[in-house]
Ligand binder design. Sequence first.
Ligand SMILES: [Zn+2]
Length: 98
Amino acid sequence: MVHILLHFIVPALFSFIFYRHMAIKAWLIMMATMIVDLDHLLATSIYYPNRCSIGFHPLHSYIAIIIYFILLSFPKARIVAIGLIIHIILDFIDCYAK
Ligand SMILES: [Zn+2]
């Protein structure tokens, strides 16, 4: 449960610190990146509490993560990329913080 809350709180903090002039908009864009969790629907068992998403689901694969970092270098895609990377980091922490 804490994990899901962090998916809302961390991007919000990030938006207010780094995108103060457009915090709400930045936060909403980052929230939209949660769509990457749709790849869980492709898995045979949609939700598995102890399964690590990283490296398992297509949009949480290492190749996808590399693409998210490449996106950081494009100003127009930067907020999306930050949202995706925050998401991956949180999922990653969730894998090892049990
Ligand atoms: Zn995820």
